[in-house]
Design a protein around this ligand. Structure first.
Ligand code: FNR
Length: 383
């Protein structure tokens, strides 16, 4: 068993174990990947104030996100094709999250369907919605999420057009995978992964195939999906979706203070400061840099969450100190999943929890709800 002591160890293990085109799909950003890389590196210049000789006993990381209790202020981000990192990936990740006491968010573009995940979990999870042109399909997806007892809808607004990832094009990434010679050779050298994948009974893109009109099988999926992202999406649609859903609503993909105010005015329960993990607008500001101005702009009118570049507990506490009520992790849990399945996702959460807890102690605090920018060294963080 290899020693796994940080998220980077999980990444390296996943890189060894997951066929290259699927690993690259997760571990890449759009175009030059500048925003993808900076999302993480811009955490480093932010420095802590280390405190000593203060009571650090009885620490707690437990808090709430959108009024729901969480063991620590972390949720699993929605990621499409999660079942490509490991057979039944969505189910395994959802199980690890529920055992740990943090939310799991199922993507519209997942391999396992809403019903698959519901059947294999015991607690409510969150569902992420992309706005498709076919509004009847959206209404049915919302109905399915409600029937599965999903306890929040995460509405992603930053995907009206698609960022391009060079690696996916070079690797011939498609679903099902293109059987080019390099892909066959690569999959054949990862027998553990391939046997697992062949053993899966789940249907690919279970939220869509068999549910969207004229998408009875995989052959018609790509063209349907490509034409479904809605160029005309507006805040009126958000209003319609909010009404239809009627439950907790989180708006994802906010990077601008004006959009943040509109999200607040829409009546949503939370917004996520997110540049889609550097997979959409290459050259966009990093999430951690965008966070403070958005927190200030919306005041107490809406809960602010963030994602993008979180790779350690230190990153989490910096985001919380700058006003995030919670953060989401995308690639870190995908690395865990690719490396070791459910145990890898649990390991990822354990690593982050331990780092977060110890860092909070070094900063002289015992309760995550007391963390604010006073733990940061003035002049080292964005304002
Ligand atoms: C994503 N992301 C994403 N977001 C979303 O709203 N719906 C989706 O289906 C996907 N799919 C997806 C696939 C993969 C492989 C990745 C890596 C990301 C974006 C995701 O929710 C989140 O915003 C980022 O992953 C956060 O950045 P980190 O934690 O990966 O650095």
């Amino acid at each position: 068993m290899p020693i796994v002591t940080c998220i980077e160890d999980l990444r390296l293990l996943a890189k060894q174990r997951v066929p290259r085109m699927f690993y690259d799909y997760a571990d890449s950003g759009s175009w030059t990947e500048s925003t993808y890389r900076a999302n993480n590196t811009e955490f480093a210049p932010i420095k802590f104030r280390q405190r000593v000789a203060v009571d650090m006993s009885n620490r707690t990381l437990a808090t709430e996100m959108i009024g729901q209790p969480v063991a620590m202020p972390v949720a699993l981000a929605p990621t499409g094709l999660t079942g490509m990192q490991h057979a039944d990936g969505e189910i395994l990740a959802a199980r690890a999250a529920e055992k740990f006491g943090v939310p799991f968010t199922l993507s519209t573009m997942s391999i396992c369907s809403i019903e698959d995940v519901e059947a294999h979990t015991t607690k409510p999870f969150w569902f992420q919605l992309y706005v498709m042109k076919d509004r009847d399909f959206i209404a049915r997806l919302i109905e399915r999420a409600r029937a599965a007892n999903c306890s929040a809808l995460v509405l992603t607004l930053d995907l009206q057009v698609l960022g391009q990832r060079h690696k996916d094009i070079r690797n011939g990434l498609s679903a099902p995978p293109k059987l080019t010679l390099p892909n066959i050779v690569n999959m054949a050298t990862k027998p553990r992964w391939c046997m697992g994948m062949l053993g899966t009974k789940r249907r690919y893109f279970g939220n869509i195939v068999g549910h969207a009109p004229k998408v009875a099988d995989m052959s018609s999926l790509s063209s349907w999906t490509a034409n479904q992202f809605d160029l005309t999406l507006s805040w009126k649609d958000v209003e319609w979706i909010k009404k239809l859903w009627g439950g907790k609503l989180i708006i994802k993909g906010i990077m601008d203070v004006e959009d943040a105010r509109l999200a607040r005015d829409s009546g949503a329960d939370a917004l996520i400061v997110s540049n889609h993990g550097g997979r959409q607008l290459d050259g966009a500001q990093t999430s951690i840099a965008a966070l403070p101005a958005i927190v200030e702009a919306v005041g107490d009118g809406i809960e602010v969450h963030m994602d993008g570049g979180i790779r350690s507990g230190q990153d989490i506490i910096k985001a919380v100190a700058l006003g995030a009520k919670g953060v989401y992790i995308g690639r870190p849990f995908l690395y865990g999943l690719g490396a070791m399945g459910e145990a890898g996702v649990t390991k990822c959460l354990e690593i982050l929890q331990k780092e977060l807890d110890l860092t909070m102690a070094f900063c002289g605090l015992r309760d995550i709800r007391d963390v604010d920018r006073r733990i940061l060294l003035p002049g080292t963080f964005p304002t």
